[in-house]
Design a binder for this molecule. Structure first.
Ligand SMILES: *[C@@H]1O[C@H](CO)[C@@H](O)[C@H](O)[C@H]1NC(C)=O
Ligand SMILES: *[C@@H]1O[C@H](CO)[C@@H](O)[C@H](O)[C@H]1NC(C)=O
Ligand SMILES: *[C@@H]1O[C@H](CO)[C@@H](O)[C@H](O)[C@H]1NC(C)=O
Ligand SMILES: *[C@@H]1O[C@H](CO)[C@@H](O)[C@H](O)[C@H]1NC(C)=O
Ligand SMILES: *[C@@H]1O[C@H](CO)[C@@H](O)[C@H](O)[C@H]1NC(C)=O
Ligand SMILES: *[C@@H]1O[C@H](CO)[C@@H](O)[C@H](O)[C@H]1NC(C)=O
Ligand SMILES: *[C@@H]1O[C@H](CO)[C@@H](O)[C@H](O)[C@H]1NC(C)=O
Ligand SMILES: *[C@@H]1O[C@H](CO)[C@@H](O)[C@H](O)[C@H]1NC(C)=O
Ligand SMILES: *[C@@H]1O[C@H](CO)[C@@H](O)[C@H](O)[C@H]1NC(C)=O
Ligand SMILES: *[C@@H]1O[C@H](CO)[C@@H](O)[C@H](O)[C@H]1NC(C)=O
Ligand SMILES: *[C@@H]1O[C@H](CO)[C@@H](O)[C@H](O)[C@H]1NC(C)=O
Ligand SMILES: *[C@@H]1O[C@H](CO)[C@@H](O)[C@H](O)[C@H]1NC(C)=O
Length: 369
């Protein structure tokens, strides 16, 4: 199977393995620290026991942002369960077992918030008041699916950059659970559960931009979040299945919601708008003139030209391309991210934060599949 797959990519199995291990294949292996233990790795010995606390301002801010995300999820899941009647849930195809699952997800958020609060200590964020753009069960499920997407991707963007690898371990274990929540909300909506091969990571500033509009007020002692709030971006012809008659399914072989060559209509705000809670956050950009649309999906940041620019509106075309060329998965699929940029730097998942300084507006979540 694996070798068939690798062959389909035009590589031989041997090339892939050698490419991955070459510098460490040696006829005279270096001494190993213990039996059956290869040299290298970080934090694997008993002389440096793990410490589960932030080791830098970067760690504190990133983990506290993640805590804000866990707290809104906890509130949101309870909000939806309380707002809608049993009849309304049943009409959307969600029965008592499904509602119990949402309640269980809220319980998971209690655990995630506690774990992060324990790591951050007494100065961590406390729960806030929120506002949700939700009037129906289907809108609730769709909003949960989108909110958990940027929650999950927002963590993947910084997890590997944390100074505290021990804290990253705990956060990873909570965000793997959130990944399952995201997929289940897609299933509740009748979407194909996971139409991608890789879940993208986004920067903290992108995640904070997407989260902040829903926070109304917080306890005054909540730590100020230092990440950037970019001007909001709206895809005015975003695909949506909210009004379709899809029913919850483990997997629905939907026809594509979007396709390469589809024109997107975009409108964005100018910087300087108050967002988030406590009148403390103002949208900002350090970018120059809008020129490109960056599509952040799978492992890729792909650019298309921004056309028909008129004031704060423009259009672009959904790009083509597959993740590893040929017949592999299309790069653009699922609930992914688009931003407007002033240039098109080549980026890979580990250095995507270099995009922040080029962002004119966004991200917006594109419901491409
Ligand atoms: C133990 O782990 C620490 C942290 O990763 C490292 O600095 C140190 O060199 C390791 N000690 C040994 C004996 O491997
Ligand atoms: C939430 O709103 C209520 C009513 O306006 C207010 O009393 C409370 O202090 C707010 N809580 C937070 C955490 O901002
Ligand atoms: C905002 O929070 C700061 C401390 O974080 C507090 O000093 C200030 O009074 C708050 N302002 C408002 C409008 O709530
Ligand atoms: C985005 O555009 C759509 C279509 O014009 C509109 O219905 C929606 O209210 C806009 N959303 C925001 C947040 O401005
Ligand atoms: C769904 O239908 C309602 C009522 O017709 C409409 O107000 C709303 O804009 C529609 N939503 C989408 C995403 O198409
Ligand atoms: C599911 O859709 C794909 C195209 O996206 C098609 O190739 C396949 O035959 C479909 N499978 C079923 C069971 O309908
Ligand atoms: C996204 O993935 C689904 C499931 O594999 C597929 O049916 C659909 O055609 C894909 N969408 C695009 C735009 O390729
Ligand atoms: C996308 O690429 C495929 C394969 O190269 C090609 O057949 C198709 O016409 C392209 N579509 C667009 C919109 O460029
Ligand atoms: C954006 O941030 C820069 C640098 O901190 C600041 O000089 C500028 O006043 C800010 N712009 C707005 C609109 O807040
Ligand atoms: C936008 O520009 C492209 C090429 O620059 C053009 O093909 C397209 O028709 C334009 N779309 C609109 C809505 O004006
Ligand atoms: C997507 O990213 C992968 C991994 O970096 C790369 O091999 C591939 O060429 C990229 N695909 C496109 C269409 O940019
Ligand atoms: C990001 O990393 C890739 C290597 O993975 C490198 O080729 C690229 O130049 C980097 N981008 C920037 C803007 O530094």
């Amino acid at each position: 199977m694996v070798s068939d797959f690798v062959a389909s990519l035009g590589l031989t199995f041997a090339t892939v393995i050698l490419h991955a291990t070459l510098p460490y294949v040696s006829a005279n292996p270096v001494p190993t620290p213990a039996p059956f233990t290869p040299s290298g790795g970080l934090g694997t010995n008993a002389t440096h026991p793990p410490v589960y606390s932030p080791m830098s301002h970067f760690d504190f801010q990133s983990l506290n942002l993640a805590l804000n995300q866990e707290l809104i999820e906890l509130d949101l899941f309870h909000f939806g369960l309380a707002k809608f009647s049993v009849d309304e849930f049943e009409a959307a195809g969600l029965d008592a077992d499904d509602r119990f699952l949402i309640e269980f997800m809220a319980d998971q958020e209690v655990g995630h918030a506690k774990a992060l609060t324990d790591i951050l200590g007494p100065h961590s964020a406390k729960s806030c008041n929120y506002s949700y753009p939700i009037n129906t069960v289907r809108e609730f499920v769709d909003f949960c699916q989108k909110l958990t997407r940027f929650g999950e991707s927002g963590v993947y963007g910084f997890l590997e950059h944390l100074d505290s690898r021990a804290s990253a371990q705990i956060l990873l274990q909570s965000i793997s659970t959130e990944a399952r929540q995201q997929m289940i909300f897609r299933q509740f909506e009748g979407l194909f559960p996971m139409p991608v091969w890789f879940i993208p990571g986004i920067t903290q500033s992108m995640a904070w931009t997407l989260l902040s509009p829903y926070i109304v007020s917080c306890p005054a002692e909540n730590p100020h979040i230092v990440f950037q709030n970019f001007p909001a971006l709206n895809i005015t012809n975003n695909p949506s299945v909210i009004n379709d008659s899809l029913t919850p399914l483990v997997s629905n072989n939907l026809s594509a919601l979007s396709f390469p060559g589809r024109e997107l209509f975009l409108s964005w705000e100018s910087p300087g708008k108050i967002t988030g809670y406590n009148d403390s956050y103002v949208t900002n950009t350090t970018a120059g003139e809008p020129q490109f649309v960056a599509w952040i999906s799978q492992l890729n940041t792909t650019y298309t030209p921004l056309s028909n620019i008129s004031g704060n509106t423009g259009t672009t075309i959904q790009p083509n391309g597959t993740i590893f060329g040929g017949d592999t998965a299309p790069v653009i699929n699922g609930t992914m991210f688009v931003v407007i940029t002033d240039s098109d730097p080549f980026l890979t998942p580990f250095n995507i934060s270099l995009l922040n300084e080029h962002i004119v507006a966004g991200p917006a979540l594109y419901q491409s599949g």
